[in-house]
Design a protein around this ligand. Sequence first.
Ligand code: TPP
Ligand code: MG
Length: 413
Amino acid sequence: MTQQKNGNKTGFFVPEPPARPGERPDFSNIDCSAPGAVPMPAIDCAAQKTHEFAGGLIRVLDDKGHADGPWDPALNMDELVEMLRLMGLTRAYDERMFKLQRQGKMSFYMKSLGEEAVAVAAAKALDDEDMVFPSYRQQGILFARGRDMVDMMCHCISNSRDNLKGRQLPVHYTWKEGSFFSISGNLCTQFPQAVGWAMASAAKGESAIAASWIGDGTTAEGDFHSALTLASVYKAPVILNVVNNQWAISSFAGIAGGDQASFAARGIGYGLPTLRVDGNDALAVYAATKWAAKRARSGHGATLIETVTYRGESHSTSDDPGKYRPMDEWKSWPLGDPLERLKAHLIGLGAWDKKRHEKMLSEQAETVRLAYKEAESFGTLREGPLSPTASIFDDVYVEQPWHIRRQRQDLGV
Ligand SMILES: Cc1ncc(C[n+]2csc(CCOP(=O)(O)OP(=O)(O)O)c2C)c(N)n1
Ligand SMILES: [Mg+2]
């Protein structure tokens, strides 16, 4: 509370996270209700039907890895193993890329440690033609859609094979062939864009829907509210995901209003159906996304989904979380590790074992190592070759305006 003068009672409040560096992590605010606590409403239900569960948590896997409750998507073994594989690959890729940045081999990197299920399971529940408008933390979608890892690395190194020709920050991927919209460095632009794209798709009579992801902190942007209004009024076939990983760089979710009401509850005021999901439970993320996708495809409009997870690593390579949160906070996260939970589920089904798991992880580390070797053959950050300077003028204007032509002449390219 701020200081008050002359008996004046006005003031304002600055929320503080439950724990700071050196303190014990405190996640007593996270509700870990058992699988089955949230019923599955009919696909065509009134939005209001979902609102009473905006503070609950859709879960399928319990703490021991057993699947239970109405949201169990009943995937077959191959589908489950494939999801585990993709989550493992995403983690192996992140791990190495982060280290390579520390070695000066790329300028910047962002990991999705602990959030692999959010991206991979959602991508698996969507059709490959559905247009995704991600943030910078859903690289798992690219793996789920089969993007070439060497291409992803070349973009991050910004070398001669970077499909973005060095004009974007690393990790801000674009992949048109995979219906993966350009990631924007400006937070939240993708939410209204996804709504507009979804409406255009519907106007053309096509069945592809759109899905977008933003973080908890990003909900404080005006674009979030414009997108929800548009999506609700026009019943756009879009899935709007808020990935609540508890942190937005150094400010915690409470600074975006997360202590006042859940992010899923934001949908209530807009009359949007809303689901709140355990984001570290791949089966729950899959089932919720499937529900929202079916609803959108059958003409019942948009759904807001909050996925509750935890950002296991720093915000990016430019951040030091030791300055603002307990070092070991992730270890106390009550919803666990998404990879470990799916692994435990598969082991419980007799479809997996520790040996196979270790083998998968070491093969994936090797795949990433070899991919980087290949990526380097197209140029390194220090020695090149990079994209030619003249390419900064490409792909922006169909007809270059005079001032851009002038800049090009000044550069002599
Ligand atoms: C419009 C805008 N404001 C601020 C920033 C700087 N910025 C980049 S990421 C970030 C935090 C976003 O946190 P959150 O939405 O929770 O996503 P997370 O990084 O946790 O996935 C901020 C403030 C930006 N890129 N764009
Ligand atoms: Mg966040």
